[in-house]
Design a binder for this molecule. Sequence first.
Ligand code: CMC
Length: 430
Amino acid sequence: MAEAKTARITVKDKEIDLPVLTPTVGPECVDIRKLYGQGGVFTFDPGFTSTAACESAITYIDGDVGELWYRGYPIEQLAEKSHYLEVCYLLLNGELPNAEQLEKFETLITRHTMVHEQMHYFFRGFRRDSHPMATMVGVVGAMSAFYHDSTDINDPVQREIASHRLIAKLPTIAAMAYKYSIGQPFVYPRNELDYASNFLHMCFSVPAEKYEVNPALARAMDRIFTLHADHEQNASTSTVRLAGSSGANPFACIAAGIACLWGPAHGGANQAALEMLQQIGSVDRIPEYIKRAKDKDDPFRLMGFGHRVYKNFDPRAKIMKESADEVLDILGIHNNPTLQVAKELEKIALEDDYFVSKKLYPNVDFYSGIILSAMGFPTSMFTPIFALSRTVGWISQWKEMLGDPDNKIGRPRQLYVGSDKRDYVDVAKR
Ligand code: CMC
């Protein structure tokens, strides 16, 4: 029998043996759960750069090689051969569905796409010029006020219903947030359309005229959903898990995830990346921006570049780049200046010492904005589209956490650097 591995550390002259856990693939993990009890010390790891916060069987990333798998399946194969709802089933259930399971699942999701009619009034409480992400944080959180019968996290049936509702209704909510922001009427979902076509229909059709969804664009949209579906323990997923660890209801947890995703270092980077490309404007201005990105005293960063885990090409970015070419071709957009700037910027950055030595490669957000913008979405809709795509990942991770016997409320420790204990001083004496 193989001997169990341990890592030995010495704390205050005391030797402590800590178990070493072996994953299917990837780095081993030193199990430090007993460290405080045995050694009286915490570990210090701001930003969780070396800390595995949970066990998970959903997604695997090899950041050095640039690989991403959902339930063991490489993202390239899923992007080419599968489609988003099949990927949703896979992420939620662990296995690819057979034909009957897939049909049942697709029907189930399609039949839940409408939102409670009273939610329309809830939308009207927001200012017209609200960012769609602000609206989404509020409306998704408010789902717990509309769907009381699926908020009991201890009931597996309610958990299941909440999962399906979230996957089904997020595109409707995102499209409503968009329509509201441009002053157009909400468009109801249509059950004969597939998931991606339905989203395009709800965003771009108007009651006054017929709108035909372009199947090639729907396919590109579906691929964007697939590429964003999950990404292991990123900031928003960890936020969902942390919120869920307290027993909060699923709608509240997903709203927390959306709020976290909004930041420009995370999902908000797709909006920021396109705005940056537009701001650069022409190829001759790239050196100026590269210089700024390298300047320590300038807060400017190349948006859509760099990643905490990928120290190689983000595999999603490679697929996204091909997709961008295809979409612009379908739409007959040639010599798109933003795409030209993006391609040239990528080339220059990949040859530049600063970016090479820090292993900064384009990430998923570098090209997605070009596709979405060509499809007709304003930049403010980029992050909501990321949010609706990621919802299945958040839910899968949330469900996995609730089923984990080791699940505890998430409660990090701290390295206190504040004042030592002191006595209150009366205001007159300060
Ligand atoms: N432009 C210029 N320099 C950069 C960039 C960039 N985009 N990203 C990282 N660096 C530098 C950074 O200044 C630091 O330099 P030094 O070691 O000299 O201090 C070094 O590279 C390491 O950066 P870090 O901030 O310590 O790395 P991190 O793992 O904490 O941050 C990141 C990862 C994604 C937040 C960061 O690369 C970034 O801000 N990128 C731009 C925003 C972006 O595109 N985000 C989308 C991420 S992918 C989609 C998603 O998951 O949401």
